[in-house]
Write a protein that binds this ligand. Structure first.
Ligand code: IMP
Ligand code: MG
Length: 181
């Protein structure tokens, strides 16, 4: 399995970057309690490493979103299909995501979370592919920005999947972009 994957970010690079992000996020939240909302399933590995680098009071919640993207007129149907119960009102929410690509998933989730009136809402993404954006959204923190021509490859590992495979790889790698299904 691994021989199909070229390493893009090693375990050591990831660990170093996650530690840096943990420090930045900790500084930025001060002594406030954080409500971590992790986007399933892709961000689970990243979130579990990141929260151990944030020595503040925090709670962890999960949310899962599906997007069905029709070819016709770029029609997109995004919906929340699973969420652990959490009252977001008045909370300092840190949304942890895997990849921000077109931005459709993130913008949908931000709008949904804002409806629940959190005290603040910030986003930390594992990977940002800014050139792929269709909706103008930006994470507050990004572990790894990935630009062209690498953004054209499909990222797997460290929680990221291709058809549910590769999530357990300890590094982030690339496979040639699979044909659209
Ligand atoms: P967006 O809504 O287009 O921004 O897509 C975000 C979602 O697509 C992410 O949460 C990922 O699950 C998935 N995704 C986008 N690019 C990749 C990739 O290169 N590898 C794995 N998943 C990806
Ligand atoms: Mg996926």
């Amino acid at each position: 399995m691994r021989d199909q994957v070229s390493v893009l970010f090693t375990e050591e690079q990831i660990a170093r970057r996650v530690a840096e992000l943990g420090e930045e996020i900790t500084r930025s939240f001060g002594s406030r309690e954080i409500c971590v909302l992790a986007l399933m399933k892709g961000s689970l590995v990243f979130m579990s490493d990141l929260i151990r680098r944030i020595p503040l009071d925090l709670t962890v919640h999960l949310v899962r979103v599906t997007s069905q993207r029709g070819q016709a007129a770029g029609r997109v149907l995004t919906e929340i299909v699973y969420s652990t119960s959490v009252a977001l009102e008045g909370k300092h929410v840190l949304l942890v995501g895997d990849i921000v690509d077109t931005g459709i998933t993130l913008s949908y989730l931000l709008a949904h979370i804002h409806e629940h009136a959190p005290a603040s809402l910030r986003v930390c993404a594992l990977v940002d592919k800014p050139e792929a954006r269709k909706i103008d959204v930006h994470p507050d923190w990004t572990a790894f920005p990935v630009h062209e021509p690498m953004a054209d490859r499909f990222l797997v590992g460290y929680g990221l999947d291709w058809m549910e495979r590769f999530r357990g790889l300890p590094f982030i790698g690339t496979i040639p972009r699979p044909a659209p299904r």
